[in-house]
Write a protein that binds this ligand. Structure first.
Ligand code: ATP
Ligand code: MG
Length: 366
């Protein structure tokens, strides 16, 4: 249902996600745990494009939510001029050092005069590629191998494609530097075929935040019907009926005209969950839904989430509630340092952690 493909996310110089891939299947309940700052919220926010990944792709079924990432489409890369010039160069017996790579592709794209001047300054260009790798691109060198392995996963049809050349293009980030309008047109076409308006996709993906994010100046009912009516997905009458039904279900119908400021934390969070349900989502992303609550209110919120899970709702939940993860999740993931370090069934995950950092993490919190 949700497919996250080799995503990276940087904020300025801070690299938060470093090549994360995961598949969330329909009906799964996936718990994500990990230390503070490991990128759990960022991953969740990338799943519904509240953050746009720096590289990589996010798919919702067969709909692409992000721009195309050419580096995970070898078939697309194999159509580029860069690829062809590298392939013909290597078949001509040329060496394939970075400086050659850079010069040759530059020459083939820029034509006449420029090519001549590049030839004379060959080592200069080589140095600039190396400088790029040693400086700003260093993090890529660090994660290159993982990135390559990840990208291989999304390329099932690689027959006839020269993977050495693909790898050179990827390692030296040559596409952006060398490709011209034809390549951009190919990217655009691929996006046109697959990409969907992110707002349409978001309607299918609910999100529940740690701090509820209710509008304090709107009554409970108006909080609940705001999104479906503003987006013209439901009439006011339909939305109100659906919201009333859900409020009855959680025993808070009598609070429909109250303002959020006058509700307890547990009530606010259950209202926030109902708010996402009014939209009939196919999957709900929960970001630490209970960690801002007083202990006595945690139970009522977890109970509601557990009911939704039992009814078959697909969910991804970032949580520190290990008991809950163990009982309700169908799969648990451990994030640390911007990657998924380990994932398993809850039973195996807690009984038999493999990763040293996971073992340490669990020993501290269990
Ligand atoms: N919009 C942003 N701008 C700059 N830095 C950000 C932004 N969002 C997150 N970060 C940084 O990214 C890192 C990971 O943040 P994230 O919120 O994903 O961690 P987390 O695993 O959810 O942590 P916690 O358990 O504390 O919620 C942190 O260092 C954080 O400061
Ligand atoms: Mg977080």
């Amino acid at each position: 249902m949700i497919s996250v493909r080799n995503i990276y996310k940087t904020f300025g110089d801070l690299q938060v996600l470093k090549g994360v891939s995961c598949e969330i299947e329909k009906g799964e309940k996936v718990a994500i745990i990990g230390p503070s700052g490991s990128g759990k919220s960022t991953l969740l926010r990338c799943m519904n494009l509240l953050e746009e990944p720096t590289y990589g792709e996010v798919w919702l079924d067969d709909k692409l939510l992000t721009p195309i990432d050419p580096y995970i489409h070898y078939d697309l890369m194999a159509k580029t001029k860069t690829y062809h010039s590298l392939v013909s160069a290597s078949s001509n017996g040329g060496s394939s050092s970075p400086s050659d790579v850079s010069n040759r592709t530059k020459a083939s794209n820029d034509g006449g005069d420029k090519a001549a001047s590049d030839k004379s300054g060959a080592s200069g260009t080589g140095q600039s590629v190396n400088a790029a790798l040693n400086g700003k691109k260093l993090y890529e060198a660090e994660v290159l191998e993982k990135s390559w392995q990840e990208a291989l996963k999304w390329n099932t049809e690689v027959s006839g494609i020269n993977l050495d050349v693909i790898r050179q293009i990827k390692d030296y980030d040559l596409l952006k530097k060398n490709e011209g309008s034809e390549y951009k047109a190919a990217l655009k076409e691929m996006e046109r075929v697959n990409r969907v308006d992110v707002n349409l996709a978001r309607q299918r993906v609910g999100m529940v935040f740690q701090h509820f994010n209710l509008f304090n100046n709107l009554s409970v009912m108006n909080n609940l019907i705001l999104a479906p009516t503003t987006l013209k997905l439901q009439s006011e009458a339909e939305a109100t009926e659906k919201a009333s039904e859900l409020l009855n279900r959680i025993g808070l119908y009598d609070k429909k005209d109250e303002y959020p400021g006058r509700l307890s934390g547990g009530q606010k969070q259950r209202i926030a969950i109902v708010r996402s349900l009014v939209m009939n989502p196919e999957v709900i992303l929960f970001d630490e839904p209970t960690s801002a609550l007083d202990p006595e209110m945690v139970g009522e919120v977890l109970e509601l989430i557990r009911e939704l899970a039992e009814e078959g709702m697909t969910m991804v939940i970032v949580t520190h509630e290990m008991g809950f993860a163990r009982e309700v999740a169908t799969r648990v993931m451990f994030m640390d340092g911007g990657i998924i370090q380990e994932e398993n069934t809850p039973k195996e995950f807690f009984a038999n952690p493999q990763n040293a950092r996971l073992q340490e993490f669990l020993s501290k919190i269990l």
